[in-house]
Design a protein around this ligand. Structure first.
Ligand SMILES: *[C@@H]1O[C@H](CO)[C@@H](O)[C@H](O)[C@H]1NC(C)=O
Ligand SMILES: *[C@@H]1O[C@H](CO)[C@@H](O)[C@H](O)[C@H]1NC(C)=O
Length: 458
């Protein structure tokens, strides 16, 4: 494994280290021309009960979509950068800011806004290969239109895990971060916890007790949902990162992990999903259904499963939905899920079908298809997120392209697509298609195409 990583480092460095030394170019602001007429659907902002905020202060209307993207060819001078897309009527769909990091090649992955709306957590999937920090934070508390990178030297990096995937906002203003692999891309990975001051609190499970692949076999967490009221969390193991590099056999996982949020030092229960209906194989994402102690997750096989995490072990997943509509070919690169706060709706992306489905999950054991955002053939469709008020959505179409060093080549069409929902969240609306597609192939001009993976609403 170490040799493999060293070889990869040499390759990656051959590709990227030169780019690291070039100066950060000024962010270009020529890009998208956005006409000044009104954007998208006009939505009733009255129907709040569905969106789970009755009694509480209404969540703020969305202003920006942050997009975390890396340069496809860093030799053209592009850096891993945070893009700010405006949702204001007069500039809907326009990139109004680009904040470059000093890095290239970290493979910008997921990003999430903290619950106190002060900090954006951003991960670099291949930071360990590129020799950059894997966990970065942007300060959005001063001017959300112009975030600033918080000095990476002040951000302690995880020691036991790497290959950062999902950021889950915690009630204290911090984050849990799933780290899919060990620092060399093997197993086990970890789950890191940061507090609101961006200090690394711990890595879970306790590395002193669960040090290696013998005491913690197959732990490669990707997606995670948390029910804070019920003190239960579900993380799902996707695959071993280094196994995706050339010459390796891709090692997918099928284990699900339940956690007791009162004590993260050990995994409460490990569930082997390989024998479940449809055979769970490479589950990528998991979400909590409201705050009910129940979860939905993708099985890596085109199916969506339900898991009730309440009560005593053992817990068993139940197949509840087929994203691929009964197809014999179960090829799926995994799906990303977004569960509405109320738990009665789910968005599920399917890269292989270039689409996002909107499901009614009022009965999570019997989801019903409400609508489909169908993208052009070859577009892909991956990270899908909604604004805090759940009126507006964004889907980034780039999955991952490992280039000459690896076996994963799912680039999609390098866009972020904006959409709205009707008041009852039964329909997906894209009234101004031209302004709803932000094209990262052309936005940065001479720096070439960028690869948008993470999206987060402000
Ligand atoms: C974030 O920006 C605000 C406004 O500029 C500033 O007051 C605050 O100190 C910054 N926080 C961090 C952690 O840099
Ligand atoms: C979770 O952990 C706490 C503290 O150790 C314990 O009191 C509680 O019983 C645990 N919950 C479950 C469901 O095991």
């Amino acid at each position: 494994m170490a040799t493999l990583i060293n070889r990869t480092l040499v390759l990656v460095c051959a590709l990227w280290c030169g780019a690291l030394l070039t100066a950060v170019p000024a962010a270009a602001h020529s890009g998208l021309r956005a006409a000044a007429d009104e954007a998208g659907a006009t939505l009733s902002r009255v129907s709040r009960s569905l969106r789970g905020a009755s009694g509480a202060a209404a969540p703020p209307a969305p202003k920006y979509v942050y997009t975390w993207a890396g340069a496809k060819d860093p030799s053209l001078g592009g850096k891993d950068s945070l893009f700010v897309i405006s949702l204001e009527d007069k500039e809907f769909g326009k990139v109004v800011g680009v904040v470059p990091t000093p890095y290239a090649g970290m493979e910008p992955h997921h990003c999430t806004l903290s619950l106190d709306r002060r900090t954006l957590g951003c991960g670099g999937l291949f930071a360990a290969l590129a020799g950059t920090p894997g966990v970065l934070f942007f300060n959005v508390s001063g001017n959300p239109r112009a975030p600033t990178l918080i000095d990476p030297a002040t951000v302690p990096q995880p020691r036991f895990g790497a290959f950062a995937d999902e950021f889950i906002a915690t009630p204290d203003g911090g984050f849990l971060v799933t780290l899919m692999g060990s620092p060399t891309g093997g197993s086990p990975g970890r789950i890191a916890r940061y507090d609101a001051a961006r200090k690394l609190v711990a890595e879970y499970p306790d590395p002193a007790r669960f040090a290696d692949a013998t005491t913690l076999p197959g732990f490669n967490p990707h997606g995670m949902g948390v029910s804070w009221n019920h003190k239960v969390a579900l993380s799902v193991d996707y695959l071993e990162p280094a196994s995706t590099l050339n010459g390796q056999v891709v090692t997918k996982r099928s284990t699900l992990r339940l956690w007791n949020t009162s004590d993260w030092s050990a995994i409460a229960e490990t569930i082997d999903g390989s024998g479940a209906e449809g055979h769970i194989n490479g589950p990528m994402d998991a979400v909590a259904i409201g705050d009910t102690g129940t979860f939905l997750f993708g099985g890596g096989n085109g199916y969506i499963y339900y898991l009730d995490g309440r009560g005593a072990a053992p817990h068993a997943p139940k197949l509840v939905w087929d994203l691929l509509g009964g197809a014999m070919d179960r090829t799926s690169y995994g799906c990303i899920l977004y569960s509405f706060r109320s738990g009665t709706r789910l968005l599920a992306s399917a890269f292989v079908r270039n689409m996002v489905q909107l499901l009614d999950t009022t009965d999570p054991l019997k989801p019903k298809l409400l609508d489909t955002l169908q993208l052009p053939k070859g577009a892909g469709g991956h990270v899908v997120r909604l604004s805090a008020d759940e009126t507006t959505g964004a889907v980034a179409t780039y999955f991952l392209d490992e280039g000459s060093v690896g076996q994963v080549h799912f680039e999609g069409d390098l866009t972020v697509r904006l959409f709205k929902l009707n008041a009852k969240a039964t329909k997906i609306i894209t009234k101004k298609p031209a302004k709803s597609v932000v094209d990262f192939k052309t936005r940065m001009g001479a720096q070439g195409a960028f690869r948008p993976h993470g999206v987060a609403f402000y």
